[in-house]
Ligand binder design. Structure first.
Ligand SMILES: *Cc1c(COP(=O)(O)O)cnc(C)c1O
Length: 434
C-alpha cells in the first residue's frame, strides 16, 4: 500500500517510510493513497476468524516491511495475555444498541489495544536495526499509562512520557509514575497537552535522527496505532447482530473516529461515525457546521478528550485546503454531538440514581448522545474505566464506593520530574539520558 502526503499528492511514500515518522514535517501527515476496499465474500469469510487471525489478516493489508510470519507472531504475542471476551467485550443495552468495551486491557484504557503491538513491533525493529530507540509520548491521560506498561520490559528502548501537570486524574498519574523502570522517564510539564506536543516537536528538531539514534513518537497520529484501531471496528461491525452499525465515539485527537471511518471505507458494515466531544468542541463544530476554529483549551471532568486541535483530523481534510468534495465525504459519514461539562456531570448522576451504574466521564458522552437521540443499531464505544476518575465522580456522588483492585497504587512511590516550559533545561535533561 502506498501513502501520500495530505498536502501534496505527489509526495508518495511506502509503509516502511512512514512507519517510523510520526512527527509531521510542515503539517504533513500521510494517508493511504487509496483505501483498500475488501470484497463482500472476503469480508464474510473473515467472520469465522478469532481476533488474532483477524488482526493479522487486516494488518497485512497495510503493513509490508515485515515478513508475514514475524507480523503474525508479533500480533499473537501482543494479544496472548488478553482474554478477548474481556478486552473486546460487546454487550447489549437496548433496541439493538450495544457497548463495545475497549477498556479492559492492562491499564484499563482502549489505548492498550494498539500500544502493546506497537511496542512489540518497535522492539522487533530495534533489534534488527542496531540503533538507540528513543520513544516519545505526549499524553492527555491514558496514552501514558498504556505506553509505560507496554514498554516496561524493553530495557534497550528509552521512553519519555510527557503529561500536563495537574491536568490528568490522580489515578491516571499514579498509573504512569509508579511504574519505576530504568528505561522510562516521566516528564510532568507545567502546561497543557498542546504544550507537551509542542515541546516534543522541538526535541525532534533539535536532536534529529542520526547514525546512532532513532526518535519515534507514539502519539495518536502514529499510523501503526491507527491500523490496530481500524481492526477492532472491522471486527466489531462484523461480529455484532446488526445490519449496519453506527459507532458513537468519545473523541479527542480523533484517532479512534478516523479508524472507524477507514474501517467503513474498507467495506465493513458501518453506517455513521458519531464523534462526541466535551467543552473542547473543535470536532463538533467542524462536523456540524464545517467550521474550523481554534478555541483555547478548557479543563473538564473528562481530561483525556481535553484537546483543542485534534491532530488526526488533518488526515481527513487538509486545513490549508478545505475542498468541497472532502466536506461532502465528512458530511456523508460523520455525525457529531457535544456534551458539555454540566451535561456530563448530570448524566453521571442520572445513570447512578436510575440504574446504580457508574460510567467514566468520557464514555458517558457517547451514552448521553445515544439516550438523547434514541435510535437503533448504535455501538457506544467505551474508552476508559470510571475508577480512574473516582475523585471527580465522588464529587458528584458523595460516599460512592467502587470495588476495584487499585488500592495498591496508593502505596507505591511515584517517580517523575517537573519541567517548566523552558526548552533548554528540558533538552539538556533529555540529552543526558541518551
Ligand atoms: C484518548 C482517549 C479518548 C480520545 O481518543 P482519540 O483517538 O484521541 O479521539 C477518549 N477517551 C479516553 C478515555 C481516552 O483516553
Amino acid at each position: 500500500m502506498f501513502y501520500n502526503s495530505i498536502n501534496n499528492k505527489l509526495d508518495v511514500k511506502k509503509f516502511s517510510d512512514i512507519f517510523f515518522s510520526s512527527i509531521p514535517k510542515n503539517k504533513t501527515l500521510f494517508f493511504p493513497f487509496k483505501i483498500l476496499k475488501i470484497k463482500k465474500f472476503q469480508i464474510s469469510s473473515f467472520k469465522k476468524l478469532n481476533y488474532v487471525d483477524f488482526a493479522f489478516s487486516i494488518s497485512r493489508l497495510f503493513i509490508n516491511n515485515i515478513s508475514e510470519e514475524d507480523l503474525y507472531n508479533i500480533i499473537k504475542e501482543s494479544y496472548n495475555d488478553f482474554n478477548f471476551n474481556m478486552v473486546l467485550n460487546i454487550n447489549k443495552i437496548f433496541n439493538n444498541n450495544f457497548f463495545l468495551n475497549l477498556n479492559n486491557g492492562p491499564t484499563l484504557t482502549f489505548k492498550d489495544i494498539a500500544m502493546i503491538p506497537l511496542s512489540n513491533i518497535l522492539n522487533f525493529f530495534s533489534k534488527k536495526i542496531n540503533k538507540n530507540f528513543l520513544i516519545f509520548c505526549a499524553t492527555s491521560g491514558d496514552t501514558g499509562s498504556a505506553a509505560n506498561n507496554s514498554f516496561k520490559n524493553f530495557d534497550k528502548i528509552k521512553l519519555f512520557t510527557f503529561y500536563p501537570f495537574n491536568m490528568i486524574s490522580n489515578i491516571q498519574r499514579k498509573q504512569i509514575t509508579t511504574l519505576i523502570k530504568k528505561n522510562i522517564k516521566n516528564i510532568s510539564i507545567l502546561g497543557n497537552f498542546d504544550t507537551s506536543q509542542f515541546l516534543i516537536k522541538k526535541i525532534f528538531e533539535n536532536i534529529k535522527n542520526n547514525k546512532k539514534i532513532f526518535l519515534i513518537s507514539v502519539n495518536s497520529i502514529n499510523w501503526f496505532r491507527i491500523i490496530m484501531q481500524i481492526i477492532y471496528y472491522c471486527f466489531c461491525s462484523l461480529n455484532i447482530d446488526n445490519e449496519k452499525t453506527n459507532f458513537i465515539i468519545p473523541s479527542g485527537n480523533f484517532g479512534n473516529s478516523l479508524s472507524a471511518f477507514i474501517a467503513k471505507k474498507m467495506g465493513f458494515p458501518i453506517n455513521k461515525i458519531i464523534t462526541c466531544t466535551n467543552d473542547n468542541f473543535f470536532l463538533d463544530n467542524f462536523i456540524k457546521n464545517n467550521i474550523i476554529k481554534d478555541y483555547s483549551l478548557k479543563k473538564t471532568i473528562s481530561p483525556s478528550i481535553d484537546i483543542s486541535i485534534p491532530s488526526n483530523f488533518l488526515r481527513l481534510v487538509s486545513c490549508n485546503n478545505l475542498k468541497k468534495s472532502k466536506m461532502n465525504e465528512v458530511n456523508k459519514n460523520f455525525f457529531s454531538d457535544n456534551i458539555n461539562n454540566k451535561n456530563i456531570i448530570s448524566s453521571i448522576e442520572y445513570f447512578y440514581n436510575k440504574y446504580k451504574k457508574i460510567y467514566d466521564p468520557h464514555t458517558i458522552t457517547s451514552l448521553t448522545s445515544l439516550i438523547k437521540n434514541e435510535k437503533k443499531n448504535n455501538v457506544v464505544v467505551s474508552t476508559s474505566y470510571p475508577i480512574k476518575f473516582i475523585f471527580s465522580i465522588k464529587k458528584i456522588i458523595p460516599g460512592l464506593k467502587i470495588k476495584f483492585n487499585i488500592k495498591k497504587l496508593f502505596f507505591l512511590n511515584e517517580k517523575y520530574k517537573i519541567f517548566s516550559q523552558n526548552f533548554n533545561i528540558l533538552i539538556n535533561f533529555i540529552k543526558k539520558q541518551i
